[in-house]
Design a protein around this ligand. Structure first.
Ligand SMILES: Cc1cc2nc3c(=O)[nH]c(=O)nc-3n(C[C@H](O)[C@H](O)[C@H](O)COP(=O)(O)OP(=O)(O)OC[C@H]3O[C@@H](n4cnc5c(N)ncnc54)[C@H](O)[C@@H]3O)c2cc1C
Ligand code: SF4
Length: 353
């Protein structure tokens, strides 16, 4: 019997690792701290890019398909509402202790603990947490989801009225040295463009403006999505927003400088959405300590060899998949998951053929 692999985190990356390990005949223990598998993808209104014709426009459908594949192979022992509490031993003889009181011998550990969106409460210029109609991109995503609280309609949180004017502020909590976050979160331009385009598709008379520093829609199909958003009427205004202010009727006045034409911009919106960057999962520090592994300057788990072994953590026998190494779209998490499963299987076969 092949040695077991412990996977921490049951989002799309963790499920993919377990699934591919299963197809290779390697059993796993999949540990997920929430009551459901699927991670953040469960709440996505739809998944970009749009040219996929595989029928997974909805995040929950996609996660469900992945979970079906995983359970069909039935080599994963799934522990929900559970997390890692301890680990002893060395590669390939680890013993992991879980919060549900169980412990298991495993040959390797894979971290697939994903990310947390940045909390913009402390950035006073936007008024998040003070003005009800200033929301985060994660909140907007859920609002645009037909399964969400408004059935997919854009609704002003302060008075429940339909919203026709949406402002989207890019780079909130990223590319900002003042708060020690010089990095780009890589995915916010694309998810914001998806959201803006979705609003225009559903309501062509809406006014949607994106305030950006640069538009970084870098991956296959992403640039086409950006063009589609512009064709649908989304306005892109280059410049940093310097202030959001609530007006007496709850609308939000936005002040920015249009740096392309060196003119000030002043506009009113029903809702302003902050395209927040990403941070590592909430217990990144504790996990790094339990597993004895390092983190990069951006806080995410560090890989040992950037080019040759991008999924190896800084300790033998510990691996990283999906957004636990930094932000990436779903497709790259799936690619990551398969690569990690292949690498772990190969190493375990070397030490115990
Ligand atoms: C607003 C928004 C819109 C997006 N839209 C798209 C899109 O349209 N297309 C696209 O490709 N990507 C999109 N993304 C990105 C997408 O959400 C990620 O690519 C994906 O969620 C990453 O999957 P993951 O499994 O790596 O991490 P996650 O989805 O974060 O899953 C991690 C899992 O690990 C669990 N976990 C964390 N810590 C522990 C612990 N200590 N113990 C046990 N379990 C733990 C969590 O509960 C979670 O289930 C979007 C992101 C945002 C924020
Ligand atoms: S992906 Fe876009 S919005 Fe996100 S930090 Fe980078 S440039 Fe800013």
């Amino acid at each position: 019997m092949a040695k077991k692999v412990c996977i921490i985190g049951g989002g799309v990356a963790g499920m993919q690792v377990a699934s591919v390990l299963g197809t290779l005949g390697v059993p796993s223990v999949l540990v997920e701290r929430s009551p459901l598998l699927g991670g953040r993808v469960l709440k996505l209104s739809r998944t970009f890019p749009f040219f996929n014709d595989d029928g997974f426009n909805d995040g929950q459908d996609f996660a469900a398909a992945l979970e079906r594949d995983l359970r069909a192979i039935s080599l994963a022992d799934i522990h929900l509402n559970t997390t890692l509490t301890g680990m002893t031993g060395d590669f390939p003889h680890f013993r992991v202790a879980l919060s549900d009181g169980t412990s298991t011998d495993v040959g390797a550990v894979v971290l697939a603990t994903g990310f947390e969106p940045f909390d913009p409460t402390g950035l006073n210029e936007y008024g998040y947490g003070i003005y009800p109609n200033v929301i985060t991109a994660t909140e907007l995503e859920w609002m645009l989801n037909p399964r969400g609280p408004t059935g997919g309609e854009l609704i002003r949180p302060n008075d429940g009225k339909k919203a026709g004017r949406l402002g989207i502020v890019f780079c909130v909590g990223s590319r900002n040295r003042r708060i020690n976050a010089p990095f780009c979160s890589r995915i916010c331009c694309s998810y914001s463009t998806k959201q803006a385009s979705t609003v225009m598709e559903r309501n062509p008379s809406a006014f949607v403006a994106c305030f950006y520093m640069d538009v970084r829609t870098y991956d296959r199909g992403f640039e086409e999505m950006y063009s589609m958003a512009q064709d649908r009427g989304v306005k892109y205004i280059r410049g940093r927003v310097s202030m959001c202010k609530q007006l007496p009727d709850g609308s939000i006045a936005v002040r920015a400088e249009n740096t392309l034409i060196s003119q000030p911009f002043w506009g009113e919106f029903d809702i302003v959405s902050l395209s927040t960057g990403m941070r590592p999962c909430s217990d990144v520090e504790k996990l790094a300590q339990i597993l004895g592994i390092g983190r990069g300057p951006d806080g995410f788990f560090m890989c040992r060899e950037w080019f040759r072994h991008p999924h190896d953590a800084t300790r033998d026998g510990v691996f990283i998949a999906g957004c636990a190494t930094g932000m990436k779209p779903i497709r790259n998490c799936i690619i990551d998951g398969a690569s990690v499963a292949a690498r772990v299987t190969a190493l375990l076969r070397q030490v115990s053929p």
